[in-house]
Design a protein. Structure first.
Length: 141
């Protein structure tokens, strides 16, 4: 059973090496494939962040117990009055009371920043691919 984490660590280390090599050498600026893979990694990071935001406060299925473990007072009236807040997909909230949210403060900004960075990477990759194609076509005519 301990072989699986070792294999995952080896795969992540190898992928990290191949991803960081163009970054270290400075060739990433001319490589649309590197930018595309960076966008994929950023989107995967956004997915992991969303899962962390959903699953982080669930130390138990009882929100009152989770709030107590966090050292906060549980306000059932506040939660029932703001029920729509907990059922939305974004932004993620799981408040114990009006002042304290069980979701870490970095989750919602990361859920905005990571897809935006992925979109910028893809846009730059498309721009590089178009430039590369035009210069290649110009050289053959």
């Amino acid at each position: 059973m301990s072989v699986i984490p070792v294999l995952i660590c080896c795969a992540l280390t190898t992928a990290g090496w191949f991803w960081s090599r163009p970054l270290i050498l400075g060739t990433w600026r001319r490589n649309p494939a590197w930018l595309t893979w960076s966008a994929v990694l950023l989107l995967m990071g956004a997915g992991v962040t969303y899962l962390i935001g959903l699953l982080f406060p669930i130390t138990s299925l009882d929100p009152a117990e989770a709030c107590t473990k966090a050292g906060q007072a549980y306000d059932g009236d506040y939660r029932s009055a703001n029920f729509e807040e907990y059922t939305r997909w974004f932004p993620l909230h799981n408040k114990c009371n009006a002042e304290y949210d069980l979701i870490p403060a970095w989750v919602n900004p990361a859920l905005v920043a990571l897809p935006l960075l992925a979109l910028l990477c893809l846009a730059y990759a498309v721009l590089l691919a178009v430039i590369r194609r035009r210069t290649r076509n110009k050289g053959t005519t």
